[in-house]
Design a protein around this ligand. Structure first.
Ligand code: SF4
Length: 313
């Protein structure tokens, strides 16, 4: 069962000009209830924009978003407010979003105040409960953001996002600014919370080993387009871009990572092709068909989708 679905979802930043530039282009994507769906790709490929559009934190310029059976694409602020508690986002560097003059209690109280008429004592108890779920005790209630470590700040960010008991959470690069040990703790915490609260995550990351560790399926984006949707990031990869991205990212030896970058044509990424495959300028296998016809995202086998004319080879 799908919890969130995007249909031909697009974001164009210069709609009125002749040569349009898309951050996200005609994306079809379904996120199943209870899964962790990874979303990977290079910086600037549209991952965060897509995540924000699914939550209606950023308005699309085309297409639709469904939350269950509801088409929420055209919901205004007030209508979104009625379901906002079900859909939350955890950001890359939560500490930047905290008011430096707010205590942990005030930071987590903000969303509660928007949705609850409970007594102050009950609200505080909710904060203590969610803090304990993310591994922080009540002694943190009166601390300010600058009195916390990076890992503790990220935990407070997670607590703030989950305090309203959402169904769907977009995790945007949540482990990118913490060290290896904290990263593993946060990943374990996300899995534990998912199990406990029955959450569904869209896990946006450029950390492919983190994606490999926790995601059930993986979506690969390039320049606002979906290149491949894989049941697993470890095997049976079909798209040339996914192969290159993985080869450049997962090898623990930096020299090999550098070598494997030859799977891309470097320095071509700024040129956006007007027709055909969006990856043609960097693809080593590009041919005439790729220049003229945009490949469709096709279901090749067992829900493994690929947008490439040559995937069968
Ligand atoms: Fe490369 Fe052509 Fe496949 Fe695009 S369609 S990824 S250019 S082989």
């Amino acid at each position: 069962m799908n919890l969130i679905e995007a249909v031909a979802l697009s974001k164009c930043y210069n709609e009125k000009t002749k040569k349009k530039v898309y951050a996200v282009k005609d994306v079809d994507l379904a996120i199943r209830k209870g899964e962790i769906l990874g979303l990977v790709g290079e910086s600037g490929c549209g991952k965060s924009t897509l995540g924000k559009m699914l939550l209606q934190l950023e308005k699309s310029t085309g297409g639709q978003v469904f939350y269950g059976d509801e088409n929420i694409s055209k919901y205004d602020f007030n209508k979104m407010r009625t379901i906002r508690n079900n859909m939350q986002m955890i950001f890359q560097n939560s500490s930047n979003l905290f008011n430096p003059y707010y205590t942990v209690k005030q930071i987590i109280m903000e969303p509660i105040n928007n949705y609850s008429k409970d007594s102050e004592a009950d609200k505080e108890q909710r904060i203590i409960d969610i803090l304990s779920k993310v591994g922080l005790d009540s002694s943190y209630l009166e601390r300010y953001g600058n009195q916390l470590s990076g890992g503790q700040r990220q935990r407070v960010g997670i607590a703030r996002a989950l305090v309203l008991k959402p169904e769907f959470v977009v995790c945007d690069e949540v482990v990118s600014s913490v060290d290896y040990e904290i990263r593993n703790q946060i990943l374990k915490l996300l899995i534990d919370l998912k199990e406990e609260f029955g959450l569904t995550y869209l896990f946006i990351s450029h950390d492919l080993s983190a994606v490999k560790k926790i995601c059930d399926r993986v979506v690969v984006m390039y320049m606002g387009n979906i290149m491949e949707i894989l049941p697993s990031i470890e095997e049976n990869i079909k798209h040339p871009y996914t192969k290159a991205l993985l080869a450049a990212s997962l090898d623990i030896n930096p020299r090999n990572r550098q070598k494997k970058k030859i799977l891309f044509r470097e320095n071509e990424e700024q040129i956006i092709p007007e027709n055909g495959c969006i990856f043609q300028n960097r693809c080593l296998y590009s041919n005439e068909k790729c220049k003229n016809n945009k490949p469709k995202l096709e279901n090749t086998e067992d829900n493994h989708f690929v947008a490439c004319h040559l995937y069968k080879k």
